[in-house]
Ligand binder design. Structure first.
Ligand code: NAD
Length: 318
């Protein structure tokens, strides 16, 4: 296995490949050669500053693409062309057309192309996806303080894409309508955004994301006909709330805290990728899922831009 882009997240991909039984990290590559050498030396593996040299010399069976989103397509394309399986970080690409091209290449060459929607490997989500059968309303909040690290995309492609993917994986229906708003606060892109998705089966989802909040919060509530589930992504805890009729006192709320095994989501995700590469299996989160989440995110962005230009226009008119 290999890692391209060993920055904030990629260093963990590289570390985890050295920990997975049956996998071997054959090298790391970063266009910042000091970074490549620091991580390569720390993990005791060859390091490269050039992608072609890395792919041709280290000859990995699979790579993680952990470069900024704008470069995902080009790095993944080079790897797929050489017959290398790819795990590409989320969001898969910046345009749906690029995702389509990668999908075609992976299909033609029969390669694994997994997308790093890591929350699918969150133990709380894995538990909830087994027990939630009739989600009627899903409410998700993913908030945190500003960081200048992700400067190539806004909060929709950076954060909301996680929630879009989770909502799509839990609601088994097509989207009927999307309405969204968002605003720039600190960066050149939207830093806060809110989207409402309604589905043909009547389910609805509201997703709020922000990178200009004082405190970090990663939470989802799922309303079902007779209960609601609350998920804390960070602690990987789930609570199940029900109202029951107790004789004498009337309706009371009963809260259950189910116990299930928890693990590092990134490790589970990379273990899954290694086993898909080894066994030639299709991944749990493939390029079609990545593309579908991206299509919704792009529609959310279109609405945000449309609404913002309308309100700017109205202001000018006033
Ligand atoms: P980062 O800026 O910390 O690291 C990116 C690294 O890639 C840097 O070391 C940079 O030198 C290198 N790089 C840039 N262009 C390159 C190229 N063309 N070829 C080789 N190396 C190149 O960024 P990050 O926070 O690690 O994010 C990287 C990707 O991971 C982004 O797509 C981001 O959306 C994704 N990400 C996903 C999650 C998640 O929860 N799944 C979390 C954080 C980041």
């Amino acid at each position: 296995m290999g890692v391209v882009g060993v920055g904030h997240l990629g260093q963990h991909h590289a570390r985890i490949y050295t920990e997975i039984l049956g996998a071997q990290l054959v090298g790391v590559m970063d266009e910042n050669s000091e970074r490549a050498s620091a991580i390569g030396q720390h993990l005791g593996v060859p390091y490269y500053g050039d992608i072609d040299e890395f792919l041709d010399s280290a000859r990995p069976d699979g790579i993680s693409v952990v470069v900024p989103t704008v470069d995902h397509f080009e790095v993944a394309r080079k790897a797929l062309l050489r017959g290398v399986n790819v795990l590409i970080e989320k969001p898969v690409t910046t345009t749906v057309e690029e995702a389509e091209q990668l999908l075609t290449m992976a299909e033609e060459k029969d390669l694994v192309l997994q997308v790093g929607h890591i929350e699918r490997f969150n133990s709380a989500i894995q538990y909830v996806s087994k027990i939630s059968h009739k989600p009627m309303f899903l409410q998700s909040r993913r908030l945190g303080p500003f960081s200048s690290r992700i400067s190539d995309v806004g909060v929709v492609l950076d954060l909301m894409i996680h929630d879009i993917d989770i909502v799509l994986s839990l609601v088994n229906s097509s989207i009927e309508n999307i309405s969204a708003t968002g605003r720039k606060i600190c960066s050149d892109y939207e830093d806060i955004a809110s989207a409402q998705l309604s589905f043909e089966n009547g389910s609805m989802a509201h997703i709020l994301v922000s990178r200009v909040s004082e405190r970090r919060l990663r939470q989802m509530e799922i309303m079902e006909p007779e209960r609601y589930l609350s998920i804390n992504y960070e602690t990987q805890d789930v609570s199940i709330h029900r109202c029951v009729n107790q004789s004498g006192t009337g309706l009371v709320e009963v809260i259950e805290h189910p116990v299930f095994p928890k693990s590092e989501p990134l490790k589970l995700e990379l273990q899954h990728f290694v086993s898909c590469v080894r066994d030639g299996k299709q991944p749990l989160v493939g390029i079609s899922d990545g593309k579908r989440a991206l299509e919704i995110a792009v529609e959310v962005l279109k609405q945000i831009h449309r609404n913002n230009s309308l309100s700017a226009h109205t202001k000018e008119a006033v």
